[in-house]
Design a protein around this ligand. Structure first.
Ligand SMILES: C[S@@+](CC[C@H](N)C(=O)[O-])C[C@H]1O[C@@H](n2cnc3c(N)ncnc32)[C@H](O)[C@@H]1O
Length: 281
């Protein structure tokens, strides 16, 4: 049995819809190899070289188009700032829609892929930590997608990120985050791990520490008769906690949706797209 299907599939709505960010893609399991942070953070050369292929479904137009529509509406003719711009999955099609986009990213390896793509030379990138790095000018919209807020593994860093974004936004500008709702409803008392992939030669599971909100995704794969183990650290964060971080930064919640096509956010939502606004005065 594939536990990924049993765990994730049973409560999904039946209608066809874009892939969700907390869906698990078997093809991603262990394609990233060992998670050894270097100057590029967890998105080193070996990960960057496979990123687009391993996240292929996230690059499909059916997934990307609603994101671009949503962000272009908020940009409304102004500039956009992507935190964790990566290889340009969203930035490039957004720029192709006429929105001037600038990015911040730690990983030169990821950014090199972006810059090598058609249109990549039109996108400026600041290399640095998006919790603190400063890009020139101000922006109508800033966005942080694909769970990347969770790559900041402390509450302080997540708070600093909101503060940094607020400093980049023009009055009336918006900050957009796409992130999963923590999956703690899958944890029975006494259990701290949630499997999301089980097959003959691959096993993957998330581990939660509910005291600290630390979590990690863990991957074990048998390759040539040997077990390989990989680990990616995150900090999970609640929607209400993000709202408080926004308030600390002088932003206020404007919209919260279940997804980019503005389905209502409900108690069954497993992810959200939230928009906070910098007051116009
Ligand atoms: C999951 S990828 C997402 C890339 C792109 N936004 C997308 O949707 O495909 C996360 C990106 O965030 C970057 N990143 C993670 N933590 C970061 C940090 N603290 N500061 C800057 N970039 C960071 C990584 O280098 C990587 O390029």
């Amino acid at each position: 049995m594939n536990a990924e299907h049993a765990a994730d599939g049973s409560s999904r709505r039946a209608q066809p819809r874009a892939r969700r960010i907390n869906d698990r893609c078997p093809s991603r399991v262990l394609l990233y190899g060992r998670a050894v942070p270097d100057a590029d953070g967890y998105f080193s050369e070996s990960i960057a070289s496979r990123y687009d292929e391993s996240s292929a479904e996230m690059f499909e137009s059916g997934f990307v188009a609603p994101v671009v529509d949503f962000l272009a509406r908020l940009a409304d003719g102004g500039r956009a700032l992507e935190l964790g711009i990566g290889t340009g999955r969203i930035a490039l099609p957004l720029a192709a829609r006429g929105v001037p986009v600038h990015g911040i990213d730690l990983s030169r390896a990821m950014v090199a892929r972006l810059q090598a793509k058609p249109g990549g030379d039109a996108i400026g990138v600041t290399i640095g930590d998006f919790a603190t790095a400063r890009a020139d000018g101000s922006f109508r919209v800033a966005y942080l997608v694909f769970n990347t807020i969770m790559n900041l593994t402390t509450q302080e860093a997540q708070v600093a990120c909101f503060s940094n974004v607020a400093a980049h936004l023009e009055p009336g500008g918006c900050f957009v985050i796409e992130v999963m709702v923590p999956d703690l409803r899958r944890l029975p008392p006494g259990q701290n791990a949630v499997p999301f992939h089980i097959s003959q030669n691959r096993w993957a599971f998330d581990v939660y520490d509910v005291a600290t909100q630390a979590m990690s995704s863990n991957y074990i794969e048998i390759i040539d008769g040997r077990a390989e183990y990989s680990y990616f650290p995150f900090r999970y964060v609640w929607p209400s906690e993000l709202d408080l971080m926004a308030r600390l930064a002088g932003l206020r919640l404007r919209e919260r949706w279940d997804g980019w096509t503005t389905e209502p956010f409900t108690s069954e939502s497993r992810q959200h797209v939230s928009v906070w606004e910098k007051p116009a005065s």
